[in-house]
Design a binder for this molecule. Structure first.
Ligand SMILES: [Zn+2]
Length: 485
């Protein structure tokens, strides 16, 4: 049995404190049982409200709560003003696991915007080139990133197609088919405008790059050679998606030609980006190469062009796949969840609907629930009342932003809804008998008069027919909710 604290008399004061967020006065019982967790929850809700005042949305706050270390969370919520680093995490592409590095970068470049700092660190630019490299995850992808942090390795060889002599000066030149097709289209369009585009170097194997790199290092020394030549396994030419157009010579002044100007205006329309632009040397790791173009597809090329981003910056600003708190394959759950005191809380009515329990909202904010064999009344910070009798349990309901929130697992246990909890993820299973009962309940509730409903749910507090919510019933889509972090 859990320790309970029974407090008499001061209950009204306490509840006024914790229910003070824009809610009508709650009916307070004379004797209220408070649990140790209640105080903890009250504090955590205050913290959430503080974050909200700083512009952190509820869902975002829950994500932070789950992702930050206890120390980081503590320093966040114990501050009286929002810490600078909060702005890093509030960017959609801010990553809490990189927080320490954002802060280090900010200490070095305090004049940078949050966007600049986060982009920089996400692209690993706070780390020296070639020091902590990784193998590219999907080397065959048309959007693969190959640079001084991300390698293809010695073994990688893409699918290749031989280039027609009309589009290259090099015998046996090759590219990936999709990129080659786009290059031909681009060359044809350029030719209509009076410019000739041809490749002087497209796909290069690991061995070819090795030979080139060694020659350059022998001629120019390591530092200079690395400013224009990639180490073997790190060359974008190995993808078969890159092409040096018309020249690869710094002394050719290609950037001053009309052909170059045509490319700058039009290459994105065919999915090609200027990969190593002027002024971005520190980001790409290479000198300005007006001739080196990379196929990334029209959509990405257009974004890079419009926003003036290198490929590194573009990728660093991608929002990782949604870590939605409520991801499900089938149910209409779409509410907000709170992570408080190591427990998920969900808006009561939303959760009830998603598991097929009829829910009625009372005018005092309480919720009445009706399942196949019990009638449950829930009130913020009070014990549930099951079939007229208070039901002791560890967590109470709470009131947040004008809604009654229930502890999810307690709620599921109450209604004997099978679920599994693995770490922070709750899997709710389908329940056939509930399903059948609810089908008939649904039809009944839909047609019941207010008098019949009142008889079904006898209460002194008037309820309006609009506040009744019948279970959402769809035999295919119903249930199988998955709540996760
Ligand atoms: Zn090149």
């Amino acid at each position: 049995m859990k320790h309970k604290i029974v407090i008499k008399g001061i209950a009204a004061v306490l509840c006024a404190a914790c229910c003070s967020f824009g809610v009508a006065a709650q009916p307070i019982q004379e004797d209220v049982i408070l649990y140790p967790e209640h105080e903890q929850i009250r504090q955590e809700i205050q913290q959430l409200e503080q974050l909200e005042q700083w512009g952190v949305q509820q869902q975002e706050a829950t994500r932070l709560h789950l992702q930050l270390s206890e120390k980081q969370w503590g320093s966040l919520v114990q501050n009286t003003a929002p810490p600078v680093w909060l702005s890093f995490l509030q960017l959609p592409y801010g990553k809490s696991e990189l927080l320490e590095r954002y802060i280090q970068q900010w200490e070095q470049t305090p004049e940078w915007t949050a966007e600049e700092i986060v982009t920089w660190v996400n692209a690993n630019l706070d780390l020296p080139f070639y020091e902590q490299t990784v193998m590219a995850e999907n080397p065959n992808s048309l959007t693969v990133l190959v640079n001084k942090y991300s390698a293809l390795g010695a073994e990688f060889e893409p699918e290749l197609v031989k280039m027609d002599a009309a589009y290259t000066t090099v015998p046996n030149a090759k590219m990936q088919p999709v990129a080659y097709e786009a290059f031909v289209k681009m060359a044809e369009a350029a030719s209509q405008d009076g410019f000739r585009l041809y490749s002087v170097s497209a796909y290069r194997s690991y061995q070819t790059q090795k030979r080139l790199y060694q020659t350059y290092v022998a001629t120019d020394g390591l530092e200079l050679a690395e400013s224009y030549s990639a180490r073997p396994g790190y060359s974008e030419h190995q993808t078969g998606l890159s092409v040096d157009i018309n020249t690869a010579d710094f002394y050719s002044n290609f950037q001053n030609t009309d052909t170059y100007r045509w490319l700058r205006e039009n290459s994105w329309k065919y999915g090609f980006i200027l990969r190593y632009p002027e002024g971005k040397e520190r980001i790409t790791g290479y000198q300005f190469e007006p001739w080196h173009y990379r196929y990334v597809g029209v959509e990405i090329a257009q974004t890079c062009e419009e926003q003036g981003l290198t490929y590194e910056e573009y990728l660093a600003r991608q929002v990782p796949p949604q870590t939605d708190f409520l991801q499900n394959t089938s149910t209409p759950i779409s509410g907000q969840l709170l992570w408080l005191d190591h427990q998920w809380y969900a808006p009561c009515v939303m959760l009830a609907r998603s598991v097929g329990i009829a829910a009625g909202v009372r005018s005092d904010g309480g919720v009445l629930l009706f399942s196949e064999n019990q009638r449950v009344e829930l009130h913020p910070y009070l014990l549930p009342v099951v079939d007229g009798v208070p039901y002791p349990r560890k967590h109470t309901e709470l009131w947040y932003q004008g809604e009654l929130y229930v502890p999810v697992t307690d709620f599921l246990k109450q209604f004997e809804i099978p679920y599994q909890q693995v770490d922070n993820i709750i899997y709710i299973q389908e329940h056939q008998s509930t399903n059948e009962i609810l089908t008939s309940l649904y039809h009944y509730l839909k047609n019941a008069s207010i008098e019949e409903l009142m008889a079904l749910f006898p209460t002194q507090i008037p309820i309006s027919s609009e506040s009744w919510i019948a279970p959402v019933f769809d035999p295919v889509k119903w249930l199988s909710a998955k709540l996760y972090d």
